[in-house]
Design a protein around this ligand. Structure first.
Ligand code: CP
Length: 311
């Protein structure tokens, strides 16, 4: 069993219930992971994913190895039949098979480059490990998705909602750097698996991949979209159609406490204060960002538990 995208969740409400049970007794399944090793490979930076996934594995009694592959590993080649006489030192075929000698599960973080849509969507790193490692692969944020984050977000909404069908708004916010679509994509896919009045709001030109958003309503007026919201999930992403471009920096889209009204605030973190979210929003008692980060452990723990049970 792999966990590569939200589509690997067979029934979201059951997964959320199971994760909440793990949260109430995190070390109850320690014998399950005894003698099993998880290897975390980071091609990009991380705080939450790195620590929460290690914590999850430790709660299950596993051993964990971590490597900053992007800065400390050999530069990998992914193409078939490439004459490797340039900068790449090792092929994914050998690298993935070697990694699999040392662990039972491999977890990969490899962000989108935002320079080549076709290559990003091919998920060369993640799919390279799926193809050649021969062991279960866990996605810790790839070019297209961040399914561990979205599962943690689903747990957070389930814990905090006070009605069966809450209004949930995904709002774009400004950011000085071009950011990938992975978090927004997985959040949209996760929301499509649960009862909610779900709306996406962003300036024109920032439409996400229509194959992912499908029939989710898009409201270009942020104020209208936020009206009556129970949860506001704030995230920046770059343009998808003009792939990786920052079309403009409209600071009026920053989310403030006033804009939240009675809604609870969600963000995956890291976040730039007073650019994406105002201090008064982040510091308010409506902010769920630390709870979301904490729930990353139980999302990862549930996924690892399911993978181990399938070994
Ligand atoms: N939300 C999230 O994935 O955080 P990190 O990038 O710090 O892991």
């Amino acid at each position: 069993m792999n966990y590569l995208s939200i589509q690997d969740i067979d029934h979201l409400p059951t997964w959320v219930d199971e994760a909440r049970k793990l949260k109430s007794a995190p070390r109850a399944h320690r014998p399950l992971g005894a003698g099993k090793t998880l290897c975390l490979l980071f091609f990009n930076n991380s705080l939450r994913t790195r620590l929460s996934t290690q914590k999850a594995a430790m709660n299950l009694g596993m051993e964990v190895m971590v490597m900053n592959f992007g800065t400390e590993g050999w530069a990998l080649e992914y193409g078939d039949g490439t004459i490797m006489d340039q900068g790449k030192s090792e092929h994914i075929k050998e690298a993935a098979q070697v990694v699999s000698q040392f662990c039972d599960i491999v977890a990969i973080r490899a962000f989108a480059t935002l320079t080549d849509k076709q290559k990003d969507e091919a998920e060369l790193v993640l799919n390279g490990f799926v193809k050649y490692a021969g062991i279960p692969v866990l996605n810790m944020e790839s070019s297209v998705g961040h399914p561990l984050q979205a599962l943690a977000d689903a747990i957070t909404i389930a814990e905090q909602k006070n009605k069966e069908r809450p209004k949930v708004v995904l709002s774009w916010a400004p950011h000085p750097k071009a950011l990938p679509h992975a978090v927004a994509n997985s959040f949209v896919q996760m929301m499509q698996l649960q009862e909610a009045d779900f709306v996406i709001t962003h300036p024109k030109g920032y439409e996400l991949n229509p194959e992912i958003t499908k029939n989710v309503p898009i409201e270009y007026d942020q104020e209208k979209a936020l009206k009556g919201a129970d949860f506001v999930y704030v995230k920046n992403w770059s343009s998808y159609s003009d792939y990786g471009a920052i079309l403009h920096q409209d600071s009026s889209w920053m989310v403030t406490k006033k804009k939240l009204a009675t809604a609870q605030l969600m963000h995956c973190l890291p976040v730039r204060r007073n650019v994406v979210l105002s201090d008064d929003a982040l510091d308010s008692d409506r902010s769920l960002v630390i709870t979301q980060a904490n729930n990353r452990t139980y999302a990862a723990q549930l996924v690892l538990k399911k993978i181990i049970e399938h070994l």
